[in-house]
Design a protein around this ligand. Sequence first.
Ligand SMILES: *Cc1c(COP(=O)(O)O)cnc(C)c1O
Length: 383
Amino acid sequence: MTSHTAGGAAVPFFAPDLFEEDREVLLDLVRRTGTVAGQRFILGALTAELEGALRATVDGAEVVTCSSGTSGLTLILTAMGVGPGDEVVVPAYGCAPLGNTVANLGATPVFADIDPVTMVVDPAEVERAISPRTRAVMPAHMFSVMADMPRMREIARRHGVRLVEDSAVAQGGVLDGRPAGTWGEAGVFSFVQVKTFGTAGEGGAVVTHDAELACAVRALRSHGQEGPRFVHQRVGFNSRFDELQAAFQLHRLPGLPARLERRARIADYYTERFAPLAERGVVPPPPGRDGRCYYVYSVLAEERDALKEHLAAHGVASHVYYPLPLPHQPAFARFVPPGRAWPHARAAGRRQLALPINPHLTDAQVEHVADAVCAFAVERRAA
Ligand SMILES: *Cc1c(COP(=O)(O)O)cnc(C)c1O
């Protein structure tokens, strides 16, 4: 824990004891995986069992595990035939894989601006970005808010383009009764440790109701082999899944709903405490549970950097995500048409601040975070 003096116990952003309770289990799984008959360390029986268990959480959609959320997106885009000459519409604000996965296939990411409050991509902007070369649209759920998937489906259908759902941060979220990951033709989950179903390493999954797409992704994740070994129908990748991670995720899966509920309760509390702060320059996310998954709890603060400093002085760790929107990144400069601007993405990059919401936080820590944020807003107003 970091040391500090002012205002109670330090509040870490990520749980420093993330897998402490699972330590003995994990050590035992290392031994069991290492001594299983045939020494199958990847894509074995436990991977298949995890895929089956996850299937039950996404309305029976097919689940194909892979080496990361990013590689899941790459496998989907590849299976859809995205390549040179194609455009894929992605959010202007978000993580690098949204641009990288498209660019690495030789296609062009086309950036669409976001909603100024929820920070998910704006459907009207997605529609405006569609051209005759658009092959797919790839909205992403952001922080705690799922993208407007009903409208994305409608837009994709009307324009005859594919719909990829970047649900890497929303595993366990449900919108209008339909789980995150199942709104697109295919979606992804990420098991990197910070995500809601994070593991002790890398991993991810592709989710789809399209059997043909699932079959293609299965082949692509393992060098393009569909049937017999060493026969390659497609140019594939190495994006396989570890048996050890499968075993650990099978152990962690039953606890996921309780951890998600704890996150959501922390969020409910914050949002209730912060509702009056909107006119004092600190805007919480909209309240509620539908279409929400509390991976990260982000406020928008006019004086974001001062708030971050104030929280640090009170022992509260906070994070700025994505200060530089994707079209402003040097890596993506060549994809940006001259004169184009993304004002809402720009504003989010200046105002977004994430507060601790990991399920290991105690009630006292959560109250301390809320008190510190409220005190900042009141002091600033008085100043
Ligand atoms: C984390 C994340 C990814 C990538 O997942 P990895 O498993 O880290 O590759 C993709 N998209 C979004 C929106 C993410 O937050």
